[in-house]
Design a binder for this molecule. Structure first.
Ligand code: HEC
Ligand code: HEC
Ligand code: HEC
Ligand code: HEC
Ligand code: HEC
Ligand code: HEC
Ligand code: HEC
Length: 319
């Protein structure tokens, strides 16, 4: 194989989407068998369909009715989420096992992420405590009394790790931005927290190729403040502080602005090579010196190897 070919191959492995190990997707989920599958199925019988028909095991009573869209869960999404191995009643009162659900059951308070993950060394890599304090400074925390918590961005029945695991940058950007647009683009949902109108495309008028940008950069790349302890920024800044400078992402000398600077690395996960390779997937404004150096070293190494090879061929031919 020529060096050009192997060089291209290395580049392809490093930089093209569709590499590395597979991530959990709803399609893979079918393979996962929960220890609580049977128990959860009792809830899914009603909570996964528009019109439910349920026979109570204890008294053979039959319940029929229609389910609100909001209360319909997608089984495959649940079984590919971070919390797939939990039972419904790990987070919800066991009183939900009976129907009609009692007022007592509904009055129960939701668990907070830190109730389960706080101070747990097994989750130290995520820095839950730092995320929590960043969220508390964030613009959304003033909506807390209207019920805005971590769960508003992390759908309890669908949330899964993406930036950390994804092999497909575009899909990771979409997953991320759908979290924000699921509210900032949904009049009904947004109005539960604010009387303001939705004006997401109007406020970004200054940004050309809005669609391309929203499909290629994460909202938090412009709206979040970096924190070196976190892979994903959780401090969403007031709008005035948002990134507007094209040159933070595009090279200065290129009029078309279409060429990008080196992609942003994931930053904090020193040591985990997968993490930095994955981090390349996500484009962002802040360059990382270490990564730049790593890439430079890498290119230098490739060129050196090619050089040595040519030299050896040259010497061999002479002899
Ligand atoms: C017979 C059908 C049926 C079954 C079985 C069922 N649910 Fe429900 N559930 C409903 C309906 C209908 C509603 C909406 C009306 C209401 O709130 O009672 C609901 C509402 C809920 C809510 C929202 C309550 C709120 O605060 O508004 C939760 C949470 C819930 N169910 C959890 C569960 C869990 C967990 C299970 C399994 C252990 C389960 N349900 C089994 C029909 C069912
Ligand atoms: C990791 C914890 C967790 C697990 C596991 C969980 N839920 Fe929930 N669920 C929540 C939280 C938190 C809310 C409230 C969400 C909010 O405030 O928007 C909720 C809300 C609901 C609602 C009300 C509608 C909604 O989405 O707001 C229903 C119905 C429900 N859950 C059913 C279930 C069923 C059925 C299962 C099992 C398949 C389940 N949940 C598993 C945490 C969980
Ligand atoms: C009722 C307890 C409980 C609550 C509440 C809870 N979690 Fe979890 N979480 C777990 C458990 C248990 C696991 C491990 C599941 C497994 O390994 O299959 C987990 C796994 C995770 C993982 C995956 C870790 C990995 O290495 O794959 C993440 C990320 C996570 N939770 C984030 C959150 C966030 C964010 C919230 C709040 C929005 C939250 N959790 C709320 C119990 C909880
Ligand atoms: C405004 C929306 C928003 C809020 C509020 C929010 N998050 Fe997140 N969070 C995100 C997004 C977007 C991601 C990136 C998802 C991905 O690509 O994996 C994320 C990722 C995470 C991760 C995984 C980070 C990693 O290192 O892989 C954890 C853990 C987490 N959030 C916890 C929390 C906790 C705890 C809270 C509440 C204190 C919270 N989040 C509130 C949007 C939010
Ligand atoms: C290239 C950077 C960039 C990207 C990407 C971006 N924004 Fe913005 N955004 C800005 C700037 C700059 C402003 C401030 C505009 C102004 O004040 O005129 C803003 C304003 C906003 C506002 C304030 C509008 C209001 O109603 O007061 C919201 C909300 C917002 N953006 C959400 C988002 C969401 C959601 C996404 C992802 C789909 C996103 N932004 C993507 C840079 C960006
Ligand atoms: C569940 C709804 C919801 C979700 C999800 C959500 N937001 Fe918001 N966000 C709001 C509301 C409501 C406001 C308006 C706050 C106010 O009026 O005080 C807001 C305000 C903002 C602002 C403007 C702050 C300012 O200075 O006025 C920005 C920027 C923003 N959000 C970005 C994001 C980003 C980025 C995400 C995803 C990571 C996101 N939001 C997810 C509801 C949401
Ligand atoms: C947060 C980083 C970021 C900022 C800030 C940013 N861009 Fe971009 N821009 C991107 C990315 C990523 C792409 C997608 C490149 C791709 O897909 O090849 C892009 C694409 C483009 C394109 C090509 C669109 C197309 O359809 O091919 C143009 C032109 C452009 N940006 C101009 C601008 C201008 C002008 C500004 C400032 C007003 C700006 N960008 C700010 C990251 C950014």
């Amino acid at each position: 194989m020529s060096y050009l070919k192997s060089f291209l191959l290395i580049m392809a492995i490093l930089f093209l989407p569709g590499r590395l190990n597979a991530v959990d997707t709803p399609q893979d989920a079918v393979k996962y068998v929960s220890p609580f599958a049977k128990e959860n199925e009792r809830c899914f019988t009603c909570h996964s369909v528009k019109n439910y028909l349920y026979t109570d095991e204890s008294d053979s009573k039959i319940y029929k009715g229609s389910m609100d869209q909001e209360e319909i869960l997608v089984r495959d999404e649940f079984y590919s989420s971070n919390h797939k191995s939990l039972s419904c009643t790990d987070c919800h009162s066991s009183q939900f096992r009976s129907f009609p659900h009692s007022e007592d059951a509904k009055a129960g308070k939701d668990f907070y992420c830190l109730d389960c993950h706080g101070g747990d060394p097994a989750y130290a890599v995520f820095n839950f405590e730092t995320i929590d304090s960043e969220f508390r400074r964030s613009v959304h925390s003033r909506l807390e009394e209207k019920g805005f918590t971590c769960w508003q961005c992390h759908d309890p029945h669908e949330y899964r790790l993406v930036a950390r695991k994804s092999e497909n940058p575009k899909a990771a950007v979409k997953y991320n931005n759908d979290i924000c647009l699921g509210c900032h683009g949904d009049f009904e949902r947004f109005s539960r927290y604010s009387e303001d109108k939705i004006k997401i495309s109007k406020v970004h008028k200054w940004l050309p190729h809005q669609e391309t940008h929203f499909a290629s950069v994460r909202c938090i790349d412009c709206h979040g403040r970096e924190n070196e302890k976190l892979l994903v920024a959780h401090y969403v800044m007031p709008e005035e502080a948002a990134l507007r400078d094209c040159k933070k992402c595009h090279t200065e000398d290129d009029n078309a602005m279409a060429s990008l600077l080196v992609a942003k690395p994931s930053g904090n996960n020193g040591g985990d090579s997968n993490a930095w390779i994955n981090g390349l997937s996500i484009i962002g404004p802040n360059r990382n010196k270490n990564l730049d150096n790593m890439l430079l070293t890498f290119f230098a190494a490739v060129i050196a190897i090619m050089g040595i090879h040519i030299l050896f061929r040259f010497i061999c031919k002479k002899i």
